[in-house]
Design a binder for this molecule. Structure first.
Ligand code: GCB
Length: 577
C-alpha cells in the first residue's frame, strides 16, 4: 500500500481535527450516526483527553464520526478512504454502509469508496474502535490463566506488556483520489552498489488498464510496457551518493502510468536511498563499513495525545537524538507512524522496525496467533520496505522463546520475512539469554538484559560481571553479533544520591556507563540501545512510579544526568562507520 501523495493526477486531503465520540454503551446501531458524548481529537489516543476514569480506561467499543463534503471537480475520480492506523481494531462505515475492518493497530488500511461517496450531499464517516486483546491477537492480551498476571491485571484486560494500551484513531485519516482508468498500486525499490555505481531495481503493480510506465530519475528515463498488471525495471546512477548515518542522500524517481496513446493516467514520485546493509562475521555493515548502533528503545508516547501522531514531539525527539549523538533506535514495540520513518530517512537515523509482537506467550499461542503475527509482519514489510532508514526487521520482543513450541513459530516468521525482503538482516529480541531456542533463524541476536535493576539491584560491580558472563555464554552458543537492545534503570529526575542508589540520577548514570564499558570490551557486541529514550506511561503498578521512568529524557523531553555523559561518549563512534 503506497503512501498517499498529491500529484498532477492525484488529490489528497486529511480528515484530521475534531470528530464526534461516544462509548458503545448499548447494542444500538451507531453506524448511521449517534448522539456524541464528547468531542475527540484525530489523530490522538482518546484516553488522556478526558478527565473521567470511565472514559480513560474504556476498552470496549467506542465510536467516532465526522462529516465530509466532496469537491465536485473530483466526481469522475476513484476515491479512497485511508486510515493510517486505528488501535487496536477499526471498523469503518460510509453513509451507513459497512466498508470493512482491520486489526492490529499500527498498520494502514484503506477502502475504495468510489461507488458510495456522495458528491451532492454531505457524507458521514463513522468508525467503531475497539481495544480488546486476546490470545489470538498480536500483541496478545487477556491471558486469564497466566501464572504471571499482566501489568494491567484488575485494571484492564490483562495486558502482558509494559506500556499503556492507548487506543483510538491515532494516526491521520485521509481521502485520496486517482484516475478510475489505472493507477499505481504498489512499488518496491531495492538498490545495489558496485564501486561508485548504484543500481536501482523497481518492481510494481498497476491496477486498471494501462499500456506502459515511464520512470524518470535525474537524467535517466526508462520506459517499459505494463504486462500482467506489473512492471520491473532497473537503471544505474553513476557516482551515486549513498544514504548513510546523518548523510541522508535521497533520490526521487517519478513514475508515470500511460495509456496506449500516451495519455498520462497516473503520476507518483517514489523517494529512495542507495545503500546496502548486511551482516558479515561479527559486524553489521552499512555500505560495506561496520556500523555500531548507539541509541535507544522508544515509545510513541506523550502527555495528552498518548500514542497519537504528534509532529512537534517527533521533531523534538529527533533534535534530541542528534544532540546526544545517537545514530539509531528500535521502533519498540510496534510499527511507528510512517511520517516518523520519513523523518528518519530525511535525517539519516537508522531504524530497527519492529512488529507489534510484544510478550508472545507460548503457553497460550494458537495457530490463530501465528496467522495474526504473519499477517501484521507482512503488512509492516509492505509498508516500510522502501524506507532506507529501515536497516533491520525485528519480528518480536520478548517471547517465551525458551519453550520448544517457539521453534516452528519463529521459523515461519523468519521464512516469511526473507521471502519478502532479502535486502535487510532480521533479528528477534530475546529476554531468555542463552536459553533462547530460536536464534538460529536470525542474523543478529537482540537481547534485553537488566542486571543492576531487576536482578542484582544496587550492585553495579556485580551487574557488570553478570553482564559479561551472560554475553560470553550467549556468544559461545549463538556465534552471531549481539545487539544489546535494552538495559537501564528507572530514575526519578532530581533524585540524587552519593554513593549511587537505585532510582537516583547517579545510579542510572553509573549503571549505564558501567554496562557499556563491558559491552565495548566484547568485540561481537554491535550496539547499545538504552531502555528507554524517554519516560512513558504504563499501567498503575507498585513498580511504576507514574509510569516507566527508565527514560534518559523525561516524558516532557528534558535530559536526565546520564544524557550529558552519553553525549560525550557517543561523540566518537566505537568504530568508524
Ligand atoms: C522489558 C520490556 C520493556 C519494558 C522494560 C522494563 O524487557 O521489553 O517493554 O518496559 O523491560 O522497563 O521493564
Amino acid at each position: 500500500m503506497i503512501y498517499p501523495q498529491r500529484t498532477r493526477t492525484r488529490d489528497l486531503f486529511e480528515l484530521n481535527g475534531i470528530w464526534d465520540f461516544a462509548r458503545e454503551l448499548d447494542q444500538g446501531d451507531y453506524s448511521n450516526g449517534f448522539v456524541p458524548e464528547k468531542q475527540v481529537a484525530v489523530p490522538s489516543s482518546y484516553n488522556d483527553l478526558f478527565t473521567e476514569e470511565e472514559f480513560r480506561m474504556h476498552h470496549a467499543g467506542v465510536w467516532y464520526a465526522r462529516k465530509v463534503t466532496m469537491p465536485k471537480m473530483l466526481k469522475d475520480e476513484r476515491v479512497v478512504l485511508r486510515f493510517n492506523s486505528v488501535s487496536y481494531r477499526g471498523e469503518a462505515f460510509l453513509n451507513g454502509q459497512r466498508l470493512g475492518s482491520h486489526e492490529t493497530g499500527y498498520t494502514p488500511f484503506e477502502f475504495d469508496v468510489t461507488d458510495i461517496i456522495d458528491f451532492e450531499n454531505e457524507n458521514l464517516i463513522t468508525v467503531r474502535v475497539e481495544n480488546i486483546l486476546s490470545a489470538e491477537t498480536v500483541p496478545m492480551g487477556n491471558l486469564q490463566n497466566s501464572p504471571e498476571p499482566g501489568q494491567f491485571a484488575g485494571q484492564y484486560p490483562d495486558t502482558p506488556f509494559d506500556f499503556f494500551p492507548y487506543a483510538g484513531i491515532q494516526r491521520p485519516v485521509m481521502i485520496y483520489t486517482t484516475s478510475k482508468t489505472a493507477w499505481l498500486d504498489k512499488v518496491v525499490v531495492t538498490t545495489d552498489v558496485a564501486g561508485t555505481t548504484g543500481t536501482v531495481n523497481l518492481t510494481g503493480e498497476v491496477a486498471g488498464s494501462a499500456a506502459k510506465a515511464i520512470f524518470q530519475c535525474l537524467e535517466t528515463t526508462v520506459e517499459t510496457p505494463i504486462a500482467d498488471g506489473g512492471f520491473s525495471v532497473s537503471f544505474d546512477i553513476e557516482n551515486a551518493k549513498l544514504w548513510d548515518v546523518y548523510q541522508p542522500n535521497l533520490y526521487y524517481v517519478k513514475i508515470q502510468i500511460l495509456d496506449a496513446t500516451g495519455n498520462m493516467l497516473d503520476e507518483y514520485t517514489q523517494r529512495f536511498g542507495v545503500r546496502t546493509v548486511e551482516v558479515k562475521g561479527d559486524r553489521i555493515l552499512l555500505n560495506g563499513k561496520p556500523v555500531y548502533f548507539q541509541g535507544f528503545g522508544r515509545h510513541e508516547d506523550f502527555h495528552i495525545s498518548g500514542k497519537g501522531l504528534n509532529h512537534a514531539v517527533n521533531v523534538r525527539d529527533h533534535e534530541l537524538l542528534k544532540w546526544i549523538n545517537a545514530n539509531s533506535y528500535r521502533t519498540t514495540h510496534y510499527p511507528y507512524s510512517e511520517e516518523l520513518i520519513q523523518l528518519c530517512d530525511e535525517q539519516g537515523i537508522l531504524l530497527i522496525s519492529e512488529a507489534p509482537a510484544v510478550s508472545i506467550n507460548f503457553e497460550f499461542v494458537t495457530q490463530k496467533t501465528l496467522d495474526a503475527h504473519l499477517k501484521v509482519l507482512a503488512e509492516l514489510i509492505e509498508r516500510d520496505r522502501n524506507y532506507p532508514s529501515v536497516v533491520m526487521w525485528s519480528v518480536a520482543n520478548e517471547a517465551t522463546t525458551n519453550r520448544p513450541e517457539s521453534i516452528p513459530y519463529f521459523k515461519a516468521l523468519s521464512e516469511l520475512v526473507r521471502s519478502m525482503d532479502a535486502t535487510r538482516p532480521v533479528t528477534m529480541i530475546t529476554c531468555k539469554a542463552e536459553e533462547d531456542m530460536v536464534m538460529e533463524f536470525f542474523d543478529v541476536v537482540g537481547v534485553n538484559l537488566y542486571p543492576g535493576w531487576y536482578h542484582l539491584p544496587g550492585q553495579i560491580a556485580s551487574a557488570k560481571d553478570d553482564l559479561r558472563e551472560t554475553l560470553e555464554k550467549m556468544y559461545a552458543k549463538f556465534k552471531k553479533p549481539i545487539l544489546i537492545t535494552e538495559f537501564g534503570a528507572d530514575t526519578i529526575p532530581g533524585l540524587h544520591s552519593l554513593p549511587a542508589e537505585q532510582w537516583s540520577e547517579e545510579y542510572q548514570t553509573e549503571l549505564i556507563l558501567g554496562l557499556i564499558e563491558v559491552m565495548r570490551d566484547l568485540d561481537y557486541v554491535v550496539g547499545e540501545h538504552i531502555w528507554n529514550f524517554a519516560d512513558f506511561r504504563t499501567a498503575q503498578n507498585f513498580v511504576r512510579v507514574g509510569g516507566n521512568k527508565k527514560g534518559a529524557f523525561t516524558r516532557d523531553r528534558q535530559p536526565k544526568m546520564v544524557c550529558h555523559f552519553l553525549k560525550k561518549l557517543w561523540a566518537e563512534p566505537r568504530y568508524n562507520a
